[in-house]
Design a protein around this ligand. Structure first.
Ligand SMILES: [Fe+2]
Length: 526
């Protein structure tokens, strides 16, 4: 295997672990092109739900030597295997120096040359809605990967999926949560952002994401589970995923856009991600990923009775931009017939945690979400679990009718809270429920909420042991009281993920920890 590892004062156990990762990748070279990422299932280009479904099977290999590739699929366990058309896109990304590690998890497996890869994509088309579809991929006649995915359901069908955020940091808890999620056998997984730490680079996907969710053949709490071979992963682009978008300094930036295949759109925004640095590298990136940049930042899809709208909530987003508001409005209006509407973005508009408290800019879209009947908003960014009461929110507008927003991203306005909904005896919320599910792997934040009395005690104990400069904006008493009023559940002491079981009439949302203990559950009915 022509890979070396950059060790930066790593403990021995971690070196052994990394060597094992490299061996797994290297083993696949025996009979042809080395397999960098084993086959996994992705959504593909079209978000709307037609009479049949389509999917993309994707995998990544080193581009030499030439090999013969076959991808096959069949509906159910029996039946004829059929060939899927394969498209290869060459990826040539300059290898960059390993990032300076901030902690022991920031280790990068870096080959000693440029990445010279083929991004392989097999398109499976026209499979019946609601079917189980098996697939397998062969190189020179040898199977290098296989899986079985659930085709999307019709509008009256039931779906069972997971929402999780702030995942691939290379921690023990990330692997435990991956294993726990695999035991739920989700049909698909929706990310609430910060897919890979710290900078969303290709090299970080290689060391922290693919080994845990796809490449491992074992499923256990120590290694993770190959769950993305069977479950579609829907990316949401968080701040860490774009943290290094300077192709001069990090030529392997913006890794998510290479690996995921989300619905394409024509949305062009002024307040959006602009890659910086070396122009020819940026051009190569754009050519390789095609329309997925910038479509992956804002996209939507249907499955069964649900419509999902995934939005970019990073700092450059301007919630007053007309094109963004028109996109959100048109997307939700077109989903009128969907019994359930979910919105997903990274930075929570409604959170009771001190960390990231000020990043509230998506509050500015609340009236649009309410107008079109959004049921639940899922976010991450804060590494814990929070569930709000049903909320209605009218942000303060200026003389021109634009949402007033502070430089840090704070918005004030009129809050209306449904205090009778409890998800048990009262299952019909008056307003939108906001869920922060950002405890999927990265180290935990803010054990207590800002308004909780225990929070003061925690801060005090920290102050006596480790005095630290606090540069977060001061949170006013009124803002604290507001957060306490809208937040119903707050679990900051453990990693967790969200399971959603949905029929056209009933939505059950359960928060589970790594041992599959139920931490919180609500039912919403129509
Ligand atoms: Fe984040």
């Amino acid at each position: 295997m022509a890979a070396t590892i950059s060790f930066v004062r790593e403990p021995m156990f971690r070196r052994v672990l990394l060597a094992a990762v490299v061996c797994v990748v290297g083993a696949a070279r025996v009979f042809g092109q080395a397999v960098v990422v084993k086959p996994y299932v992705q959504h593909g280009d079209v978000g709307a739900l037609g009479a049949t479904d389509s999917k993309v099977i994707a995998w990544t290999v080193e581009s030499e030597p030439a090999a013969e590739w076959v991808a096959e699929y069949r509906v159910g366990d029996a039946g004829e295997w059929q060939r899927a058309e394969i498209m290869s896109t060459k990826l040539l990304a300059r290898k960059s120096n390993p990032p300076k590690p901030k902690d022991v998890t920031d280790v990068v497996v870096d080959p000693p040359h440029d990445y010279r890869w083929l991004m392989q994509r097999a398109d499976i088309r026209d499979v019946p809605l609601g079917s189980k579809v098996a697939y397998r991929v062969k190189q020179n006649g040898n199977e290098i990967g296989a899986g079985m995915f659930s085709a999307r359901k019709a509008r009256d069908g039931a779906i069972d999926f997971i929402v999780v955020g702030d995942t691939a940091k290379g921690t023990t808890e990330q692997r435990q949560i991956a294993y726990a999620m695999s035991q739920m056998k989700p049909e698909f997984i929706v990310s609430t952002g910060d897919i890979v730490y710290d900078n969303g680079r290709i090299s970080e996907f290689l060391s922290k994401f693919w080994p845990v969710y796809v490449n491992t053949d074992r499923a256990d709490a120590k290694t993770g589970a190959p769950l993305l071979r069977d479950a579609v992963f829907y990316p949401c682009i968080g701040n860490h995923d774009i943290q290094s978008s300077d192709f001069g300094q990090t030529p392997d930036a913006l890794g998510a856009f290479y690996f995921f295949y989300t619905p394409l759109n024509e949305l062009k925004l002024k307040g959006t991600l602009v890659p910086k640095g070396n122009a020819s590298r940026i051009e190569r990136f754009k050519q390789t990923v095609g329309g997925r940049f910038p479509s992956m930042l804002n996209y939507s899809f249907r499955n069964g009775p649900a419509h999902f709208l995934v939005l970019d909530a990073n700092k450059y987003v301007n919630i007053n931009e007309a094109a963004l508001r028109e996109f959100v409005e048109a997307d939700l209006a077109a989903a009128k017939d969907a019994p359930w509407k979910f919105v997903v973005y990274h930075q929570p508009a409604f959170s009771n945690a001190k960390k990231h408290f000020e990043e509230q800019r998506l509050r500015g879209l609340s009236p649009l979400f309410e107008k079109h009947g959004v049921d639940v908003v899922f976010t991450g960014h804060v590494h814990n679990y929070q569930r709000s009461r049903p909320i209605r929110y009218a942000p303060k507008l200026d003389a021109k009718g634009l949402v007033q927003i502070s430089k840090e991203g704070m918005i004030s306005g009129e809050l209306t809270v449904d205090k009778t909904f409890d998800g048990k005896t009262d299952t019909t919320p008056e307003g939108i429920i906001h869920i922060v599910t950002g405890a999927g792997g990265a180290s935990l934040h803010s054990k207590y909420g800002v308004g909780d009395t225990d929070e003061a005690a925690e801060e005090k104990s920290k102050a006596t042991t480790k005095p630290k400069k606090d540069d977060t904006p001061k949170i006013s008493q009124a803002a604290k009281e507001e957060a306490v009023e809208f937040m119903d559940q707050y679990i900051g002491d453990r990693h967790s993920f969200t399971r959603v079981q949905l029929t056209p009439q009933r939505c059950t949302i359960t928060q589970l920890d790594a041992k599959l203990k139920d931490l919180d559950q609500i039912v919403i009915t129509k």
